[in-house]
Design a binder for this molecule. Structure first.
Ligand SMILES: Nc1ncnc2c1ncn2[C@@H]1O[C@H](COP(=O)(O)OP(=O)(O)OP(=O)(O)O)[C@@H](O)[C@H]1O
Ligand SMILES: [Mg+2]
Length: 417
């Protein structure tokens, strides 16, 4: 099918080209008898993005993204269709205030189209190009924190989604100053199986993405590269860690260190999770950001802080009380334990004394036997007075040699022959 060189729509147009025509006229192209294309918003590697209005919903503004159809090789087209369908699949699963909402999908005249909410605003690449200078550090930090929140959501989704195409042209800034991610063309849920996408955006993609091994840390790399671009206005160098301070010495060492760590070539050296880099960025927030200045939201913050302080006071009192109670219990326990230890020691001494007595008794018995044997030529006979005396010594020692209680009778005591 022939396409218009200006807008990529099927040609000849039924009326003037929407790209040239802007928001004009009733003669614009209407798809599905519902979406009227009224202007061109962007043209990327994957497709053409049109501003449109939804005729069925009171001309509500929306955006139609149409997949490119000028692929030279059939296999390229098949791959692009697969990516496009995956984009639709991924977007349908997601719901987050910083992610563009998908509204519809359809195929018409061999064209694959996706309809999404219109983000009133512009992408960060366009904004920077137009203003002709990089953004202040504080501004970039604020956007980066918002992006971290989207990445946290994506990476913690089930199954986790790796965005894989974070770069200024895919990040929209709406009129309320809110970040919105568009373009989930190569986003991919982490699933079993081989990642054979191998699609990269030079400078923004980390080394591992070149061989199809992206993981959540790949998005952190792309965030670092994006920060570099926004802070310097220069594209990050492909497959190199970025250092915005090397381009602009006015940039703080701290934010430079954050970008450098995020863009480490070795994924193990990077921040491992989006909340780690978010924490590092939050530490950088200037104090006046949280100081009350009479603004409504500041008042809410003030009230919350007061509530926390008052609540905290009562909580601390409770903790003090609990600590006292625990202290008393601990002391009683320690006393019991030391009493136990004393008793144990006494018992040990007693056992030692008894074993000494048993040994002495054995010796006495041995001696008595020896005497009896030598006197009767080896034949045991009636005990003499000396024998009884020797035995008496043994028995006496079996009682209480050191003033302790007698041992219980075990039945194994020595018997007189
Ligand atoms: N929902 C939207 N609302 C407003 N503008 C949008 C929207 N979606 C995309 N755009 C604009 O269109 C541009 C191209 O969109 P998108 O990135 O989705 O297309 P693409 O063909 O995948 O781009 P590329 O392959 O170059 O990344 C964006 O950079 C943005 O300026
Ligand atoms: Mg894009």
């Amino acid at each position: 099918m022939a396409t218009c060189p200006n807008c990529g729509l099927p040609a000849p147009h039924d009326g003037p080209c929407p790209r040239l025509n802007g928001l004009n006229s009733s003669s614009n192209i209407v798809l599905q008898e519902r979406y009227e294309l009224i202007g061109l918003l962007g043209q990327g590697g994957m497709g053409t993005v049109y501003m449109a209005r939804d005729l069925r919903l009171h001309n509500r503004p929306c955006v139609v993204k149409k997949l490119r159809d000028d692929f030279y090789r059939e296999e390229d087209k098949e791959k692009a269709v697969a990516f496009f369908q995956r984009e639709i699949g991924v977007l349908s699963e997601l719901q987050h205030p910083n992610i563009v909402h998908i509204l519809d999908r359809f195929e018409e005249n061999d064209d694959y189209c996706l309809v999404m909410e219109y983000v009133e605003g512009r992408d960060l690449h366009n904004i920077l190009q137009e203003r002709g200078e990089p953004f202040p550090e504080e501004q970039v930090r604020d956007w980066a924190i918002q992006i971290c929140e989207v990445l946290e959501y994506l990476h913690e989704h089930f199954p986790p989604v790796i965005y894989r195409d974070l770069k200024p042209s895919n990040i929209m800034l709406d009129v309320k100053g809110r970040i919105k991610l568009v373009d989930f063309g190569i986003a991919r849920p982490v699933e079993e199986g081989v990642d054979n996408t191998h699609v990269v955006s030079a400078g923004f993609s980390p080394p591992e993405q070149y061989w199809g091994a992206a993981d959540p840390r790949s998005d952190i790399y792309a965030l670092g590269s994006t920060m570099h671009f926004l802070l310097t206005g220069k594209d990050p160098v492909a497959l190199h860690p970025s250092s915005p301070r090397a381009e602009n010495p006015a940039i703080s060492e701290r934010i430079d260190a954050i970008v450098q760590q995020a863009t480490a070539q070795d994924a193990k050296v990077r921040y491992q999770k989006a909340d780690e880099i978010k924490l590092a960025l939050l530490e950088e927030l200037p104090a006046e950001k949280v100081k009350g200045k009479g603004h409504a939201s500041d008042l809410v913050i003030g009230a919350s802080v007061l509530a926390v302080v008052v609540g905290g006071y009562f909580f601390l009192q409770q903790v003090e009380k609990m600590r006292d109670e625990v202290g008393v219990q601990m002391k009683a326990f320690e006393k019991e334990a030391s009493k136990d230890a004393k008793e144990k020691e006494q018992l040990k001494q007693k056992l030692k004394a008894y074993s000494r007595a048993v040994e002495a008794n054995d010796e006495a018995l041995k001696e008595w036997r020896r005497l009896a044997t030598t006197r009767n030529e080896g034949q045991p006979t009636k005990a003499t007075n000396a024998d009884v005396a020797a035995q008496a010594v043994g028995e006496a020692q079996l009682t209480d040699p050191e003033g302790l209680d007698p041992l219980p009778d075990t039945g194994n005591g020595s018997t007189t022959p």
